[in-house]
Design a protein around this ligand. Structure first.
Ligand code: GAP
Length: 513
């Protein structure tokens, strides 16, 4: 099945089973804004808990905060967001549709890549088992011709972006004869910069009101609280401050479901270090964060680092952790060595001294920062994408199963009486009433046992407990594993311990140390 179709199925599955709904759906939705449903919120909370505990519980020197979304507007001036948090925009005069100029060009580069892939696929079909893909890619005149055009475009585009050359971006769009997907015309406006921050007014009267912004990242809430936390927590460098919270960006091109949203959630950690040691800490955090991702068990081939060649002026190292989504490898997390840029800027704009006094050396300095920044929603999408599976069973039956990491699954257990009589429902209820204190547990007695298993498979419940006549005799139940569909007979008294070991976030966290 084409990956595009797989992605459509995942989006449909998210809606059908109450994971993610379009926001304001009865009013036809609101672009790039989504709501999490009854199962989505559980999965999201588990992701956040896994991250928070891995940061705050497992590190003596990392503490958390929860800063306000509204902040003093000068913060965004100091951080550079007012002046430089922009996307290059272009409008098509005929369709009146607005696009990101860089995305139009990136799509054009992707078209060249697709053309090459098509040539390769055609040749593979023609030459069958004699086909040598690497040789074909490096010698086919047709492929080489497309590759040269693609590389030249890529180089020109990268230069224009680096130089912030808006006229050149427009010229590339014209030269490449890129048309508006709606009107099909090349009637383009100039390219302009568009600031991505949402703003609103604080205060009740027009005169006294102040323009404030909805934060586009949670990180600044950490920077401006650096002194508060360091002093009140008596934190010694190196130490980190972690935060989970909403962020808002007026994205022009909002695509790919919850991958790029206008309201989303971030999990960020700023790690404050002594100047000159940041490039020792940077690889350590790269490794720690990749290990956190890989512990979920989707396979090492699902991850790669994308080291940034061009760095922001305030950074001296940066990388993305990319995850293999149905639409290719995409950034899920950024790890940045941000020098002392943010703290120095806040020192300058606030006029307050933001320094650390090192009691051992007697020196004072503005700490450097390693930042780890991950989007909850992107993490959610990566987990749904890698977990979604459609299997054909030995008997030819099909089953849709979400192979979610057990520790993150919204529902951990379903307790199912085999029949709706003979005292089995009562016994099953009794088991649920004991287990619900430990796990998110569902009770289900409707339909055949097979159908009930399928329902739980589709929402990713790792274990089903079936209560049968033997249960009434010897107080044992069957425990069915979602992925293997194997059943084992276990004593009711042992259930909590066995399941806890297999589905708890604690068990997952233990694999990290
Ligand atoms: N403080 C650094 C920072 O915000 P970023 O690369 O702009 O860096 C970090 O964002 C992470 O936030 C990204 O890796 C991504 O997971 C998530 N993110 C950014 N923009 C997003 C959007 N529009 N929708 C969903 N997630 C987004």
């Amino acid at each position: 099945m084409a990956q595009e179709d797989v992605f459509k199925k995942i989006v449909a599955h998210c809606k059908e089973y109450g994971f993610v709904f379009p926001s304001s759906e009865i009013y036809d939705g609101l672009g790039a804004v989504y709501d999490y449903g009854q199962l989505g919120v559980e999965l999201k909370n588990n992701i956040k808990q896994y991250w928070w505990q891995s940061m705050v519980l497992l590190h003596d020197n990392i503490v958390g905060i929860d800063s306000a979304i509204f902040m003093h507007p000068t913060i965004w001036k100091a951080s550079g967001h007012v002046d430089a948090f922009n996307d290059p925009l272009i409008d098509n005069r005929d369709s009146k549709k607005r696009y990101r100029a860089d995305v139009l060009i990136e799509d054009q580069i992707a078209k060249y890549d697709e053309k090459i892939d098509k040539e390769v696929a055609k040749a593979a079909k023609r030459f069958k088992e004699n086909f040598n893909e690497e040789q074909f890619r490096t010698t086919s005149p047709r492929v080489l011709e497309i590759q040269v055009k693609r590389d030249a475009l890529h180089e020109r585009f990268a230069k224009a972006m680096n130089e912030n050359n808006l006229e050149e971006l427009r010229q590339i769009i014209l030269d490449e004869e890129i048309v508006c997907p709606i009107s099909g015309t090349r009637n383009w406006t100039e390219v302009r910069q568009f600031n991505l921050m949402f703003s609103t007014e604080m205060g009740s009267t027009a005169d006294a009101s102040m323009k404030i912004y909805l934060r586009p990242e949670t990180a600044q809430g950490i920077f401006v609280n650096y002194l508060n936390v360091q002093k009140t927590g008596r934190m010694k460098i190196p130490f980190g401050i972690a935060q989970i919270g909403k962020a808002f960006r007026n994205e022009i091109v909002a695509r790919q479901f919850i991958f790029r949203m206008r309201e989303f959630e971030q999990m960020e950690m700023q790690f404050f270090v002594k100047p000159g040691t940041e490039l020792e800490w940077f690889p350590k955090w790269k490794e720690t964060r990749l290990k956190w991702h890989k512990a979920l068990g989707f396979g090492d081939d699902h991850y790669r680092f994308h080291d940034h060649e061009k760095l922001a002026h305030y950074a001296n190292a940066a990388t993305d952790i990319e995850f293999l989504m149905p639409f290719g490898f995409k950034e899920v997390e950024g790890i940045h060595s941000r020098t002392n840029f943010d703290l120095s800027q806040h020192q300058k704009y606030s006029g307050k001294k933001i320094e650390y006094f090192d009691p051992e050396t007697g020196e004072s300095y503005t700490p450097y920062v390693i930042e780890t920044s991950i989007g909850v929603d992107r993490m959610f999408l990566s987990i749904m994408s890698a977990s979604f599976d459609e299997e054909t069973l030995e008997n030819g039956e099909k089953r849709t199963v979400l192979k979610l990491p057990a520790a993150l699954a919204p529902v951990k257990l379903a307790v199912l009486p085999l029949l709706k009589k003979d005292g089995l429902p009562e016994k099953a209820r009794e088991i649920v009433n004991n287990l619900r204190f430990h796990f998110n547990t569902q009770y289900d007695e409707k339909d055949s046992i097979g159908k009930r298993y399928r329902r739980q498979d589709a929402i990713g419940t790792p274990y089903c407990i079936t209560v049968d006549h033997q249960t009434l005799e010897d107080n044992t139940v069957t425990l069915r594993n979602r992925d293997t569909m194997q059943q084992e007979r276990v004593a009711i008294d042992d259930l909590t311990g066995i399941i806890e070991e297999r589905v708890s976030i604690t068990s997952l966290l233990k694999t990290l140390i």
